[in-house]
Write a protein that binds this ligand. Sequence first.
Ligand code: ADP
Ligand code: VHF
Length: 264
Amino acid sequence: MDARDRILDAKKIVVKVGTTTLTHESGKLNLNRIEKLARVLSDLNNSGKQFILVSSGAIGVGVNRLNLDRADMTLPERQASASVGQAILMKIYQKLFGEYNQTVSQILLTKDIMDNLEGKQNAENTMNTLLELGIIPIVNENDTISTFEIQFGDNDTLSATVASLVDADLLILLSDIDGLFTADPRKDPDAKIISVVEEVTREVESLASGSGSEFGTGGMITKLTAAKICGKEGIDTIIANGEDPSIIYNILDGEEIGTLFLSR
Ligand SMILES: Nc1ncnc2c1ncn2[C@@H]1O[C@H](COP(=O)(O)OP(=O)(O)O)[C@@H](O)[C@H]1O
Ligand SMILES: N[C@@H](CCC(=O)OP(=O)(O)O)C(=O)O
């Protein structure tokens, strides 16, 4: 089956949204965008697709609520912010998905779940049961118990872990950028988008750099790591711009959008 047919057939889909997609530049929630995301995922769920939403944003939203000094925050303050922000995020998700009678749930994970046989099995069972019940699980890192991930971690690789865990058909990484470019377009105005990547080689990796935003972590580097993890598991990955969440319809209709990383 070629990649286009695989995408058209995809049933179990992991969608990751980054901080920059969920918030305005002020750091406050972009309610219009989250509302659209909730509508699109609920509608596609009604059509028979299954979704897991991996959502960042907890730290950014929490910092905003607590009025902390963004430039000078301790690690525990970032953790405290994530704890406050996660609750705010879930309240909004409950409300907006609720408008479409779509039940959502919360799952907080750390990537080392893959190293714990029992924990991995429990997470897999829970997620697959939620999907069978028609629920959209909303996943984030558990920033309270893992400080490593706040400093170096990111939800890109977490979303690849989740996709592997549930044996997803497709991973969609929605970001503030159209896809992988030949260089960071914020720094190089001549950078061109790459529409298909057959393999994440060192040469491909050398095109990517870190995040341009204040609360995002990882940038393009960790998106490539995610694509690499999924590729090995036979899962295709697409990076696309989350500015208008209805792009998910276009992606699932097989349109050439963003950057498609082919699985092996
Ligand atoms: N080669 C590249 N192509 C596209 N974006 C890149 C590249 N290298 C670095 N970036 C940066 O990665 C950013 C996306 O990552 P990030 O800020 O972590 O977003 P998100 O919050 O969606 O995870 C882009 O806005 C861009 O500045
Ligand atoms: N758990 C953190 C994740 C931070 C993060 O990875 O951000 P992003 O690079 O925007 O996906 C949060 O919710 O703020």
